[in-house]
Design a protein around this ligand. Structure first.
Ligand SMILES: Cc1cc2nc3c(=O)[nH]c(=O)nc-3n(C[C@H](O)[C@H](O)[C@H](O)COP(=O)(O)OP(=O)(O)OC[C@H]3O[C@@H](n4cnc5c(N)ncnc54)[C@H](O)[C@@H]3O)c2cc1C
Ligand code: SF4
Length: 331
């Protein structure tokens, strides 16, 4: 075992100060990903800053009708919260589709967002990997990549972002609130994770020493319906091959608002802007939904063994949108 320091932060300021100027420090949430990676030797922090006692464990109603979710709120608590189940079911469903009951009881909102890819080579220190050790290569491109990216990948990395919750947040137009050495800032959840480009070691836009303090959801309109659906190899305890988070508002048979995000297809939750363009103002029919999915997935560049993800994503998206439209028609 490699020795490391441990401090428990009593305030946001104390956590940020402890991390300042220490690139080898890591914030410790539930530890369900970070500690696993430490055991594998993938993460070798010199200092763990335990942030689980920070006063960021509340879900609060905002004056505009939105919700503020503290970064320390546990995944199970968030999934079960009445305002989330009632107004943002896509988020509750995404959380419940992830991991296991025990893991969700421990995992935090901030840690879930920042969990690392499940690419096999990333987790195996005997193999090269540009994300773990920049410049060493990407064996997944020609190797085991059945569950990896078909959109937005680069020659340097074809990994996927694993969080189900992050896909729902992207579809909900959530914002991520950060506190770091230079103060506070806000980033759209759909822009929080990055595409790999030539810097696959950077999963997200978070800066050195920045702490996620909360995630905020905009108000849900009364006619808004949402849903999350995930295709995976096993019915539980498995990451997404493909997932879809969708928000739809239909009036008089016409799509008035649509937000669609895919998981399991890219290095970040893939907000489907081309599909949304097709959906806005169009009749809420399966034909429209299929054209929308096709418009988005035309950009897919599957690897040798993951071409199946493209029709899977299309069928999942069409099914979820049709289900939401059907529910709108019946209400
Ligand atoms: C067997 C198994 C199956 C799983 N299946 C799924 C699945 O199907 N879907 C899914 O989405 N997830 C799945 N997970 C992953 C699980 O959801 C994550 O491990 C968990 O959400 C991480 O949260 P945590 O609080 O434990 O994070 P930690 O392990 O504590 O931290 C993860 C990362 O986030 C950083 N961090 C933590 N908190 C903050 C903060 N506030 N600000 C800045 N950085 C922070 C840490 O430094 C670390 O880099 C699975 C995990 C396991 C072990
Ligand atoms: S896909 Fe990314 S994480 Fe996987 S081996 Fe290639 S560089 Fe590493």
């Amino acid at each position: 075992m490699k020795p490391f320091g441990y401090v428990r932060a009593a305030s946001i300021g104390e956590a940020v100060r402890a991390a300042a100027g220490q690139p080898e420090a890591r914030f410790l949430g539930g530890g369900t990903n970070l500690v696993d990676l430490m055991k594998l030797g993938v993460e070798t922090p010199q200092l763990l800053i335990d942030v689980t006692r920070l006063p960021l464990d509340r879900i609060e109603e905002l004056p505009d009708g939105g919700l503020r979710i503290g970064a320390m709120v546990r995944n199970s608590e968030l999934a079960a919260a009445a305002p989330v189940r009632d107004r943002y079911p896509v988020l509750s469903q995404a959380l419940l589709a992830g991991a296991s009951g025990q893991l969700r009881n421990t995992a935090t909102t901030g840690g879930n967002l920042l969990q690392r890819t499940r690419c096999l080579y990333f987790q195996d220190t005997s193999k090269p990997c540009n994300k773990r050790e920049p410049g060493t290569g990407c064996p997944a491109r020609d190797g085991a990549h059945r569950d990896l990216a078909v959109l937005g990948h680069s020659e340097h990395c074809v990994a996927t972002q694993p969080s189900d919750m992050a896909v729902a947040l992207a579809a909900l137009d959530a914002t991520v609130h950060l506190h770091g050495p230079d103060g506070e800032r806000t980033v759209a959840a759909a822009e929080f994770h990055r595409l790999p480009g030539d810097k696959p070691e950077q999963d997200s836009v978070i800066g050195a020493g920045e702490l996620v303090t909360s995630v905020q959801l905009p108000p849900a309109s009364p006619g808004m319906r949402s849903r999350y659906r995930k295709a995976r190899d096993r019915a539980s305890f498995a990451f997404a091959l493909v997932s879809v988070g969708a928000v739809l508002e239909v009036r008089d048979g016409v799509v008035r608002h649509a937000a669609l995000a895919f998981g399991g297809l890219a290095h970040r939750p893939w907000r489907a802007r081309a599909a949304e363009k097709v959906l806005y103002g169009a009749p809420a029919t399966e034909d429209t939904f299929a054209r929308a999915a096709d418009a988005e997935l035309a950009a897919a560049r599957p690897l040798r063994d993951n071409g199946f993800k493209v029709p899977l994503a299309r069928n999942l998206a069409v099914g979820v949108l049709a289900d939401l439209a059907d529910r709108a028609a019946r209400s």
